[in-house]
Design a protein around this ligand. Sequence first.
Ligand code: ADP
Length: 431
Amino acid sequence: MTDFWQRVTLPIAGLLILALLLWAVFGAVAALLLFALALLVLYVLHLRQMAAFEFWLASPKEREIPEGHGVWEDLFATLNQLIKRLRKKQDQLSQALHYMEQATSALPEGVVILDGADRIEWCNPLAEKHFGLDTRHDIGQQITYLARQPEFVQYLAMAQFAEPLLLRGVRQDDLVLSIKVIAYGGDKKLLISRDVTHLERIDTMRRDFVANVSHELRTPLTVVNGFVETLLDMEDRDCDMAKRGLQLMGEQTERMTRLVDDLLTLSRLESDNSALHEEPVDVPQLLEQVMQEGLRLSNGQHTLRLDLETQDKLLGNLAELHSAFGNLCSNAIRYTPAGGAVTLRWQTVDGQPVFSVQDSGIGIAPQHIPRLTERFYRVDRSRSRETGGTGLGLAIVKHIANRHQAKLVITSEEGQGSTFALQFPEKRNTR
Ligand code: ADP
């Protein structure tokens, strides 16, 4: 028998034996009366313990567990141990939570925890600073109610968080934040904000610098170029050496002009204020033009083909698309030896408009492909220079592709040729 049952049954068994003895001496009535009285006393004692227990249960945090007798002593002792263990666990958990809060407060990034309806559950002091929040009032508020920038509201609503969002003017000052959202725990979100005002300023300075230098170089170059051309045209040039010198000067100034033009194009594409002016572009007609330019560049050395599988139009910017298609076509010709073939293709693949240029040229080794769109990255420097390259063509194409939400896909095999394809989103197909 367990200790509990012994402690419950022993007093009753003792009373029963006493009652039996009394029965023998004083008769049945006296024995039963005494037995009943003893049971009543026992019942009252249990009631007292229960009342004490009930009193403690009403506010267990403030009161001590009552002291018990008999079987209650064991029960209260076990309960006491349980509560001590729970309190210890609770202390450990609050300590851990406190450390976590300290750690997130020390983070160099703002952190906000949002619930399924984008209501703020918790945020660290830096997030309060970034979004102008006040935890005393704003916990439970919808974050889009406090940070109302349309692009931020849309970013949260779209729930596509692969790319961070650059958010300007969250508060009155010129603060620029990079926002990253991580979905977790079912429908919760962790919003991380980073102050990139300084980086943005440096980037703007870099862009402005390149644009300004290119602009400044343009005028002197035009003047020098003009004089070189005039001198070359003059009849009474002294000697062949002077003529050769002038020719070289002419070629180099032309190269510099192209470089400056490409740098200016890149700066314009990078600048945020140059919003895209879009219209349905007649791509087949545009490609006829690109084809003519290609024929002039090839000068009869290549077989050029235009393959129009569709007559669909494309929603985009005519000048930018002309520049991107033209760059790809000129690359194909410049990196394909004489006698090779170049095909310009316009087609729809699974609803997506695709422009591609296929050549039978020198091809590109796989390790270079991921870096081709970097500025001034060239596989073969001398070939690029000889054919009038600036090293900026594919960087320009990549920018234009991004502005049209298009993907530049490059497939190539060394010595066999390359295909450069621009895959546009289906929504740009205007038919
Ligand atoms: P570049 O003015 O030097 O042609 P781009 O940015 O247009 O600069 O291209 C970068 C590099 O990519 C080129 O220098 C060349 O090495 C390589 N490239 C581009 N197009 C082709 C092509 N169709 N075939 C082989 N290589 C190419």
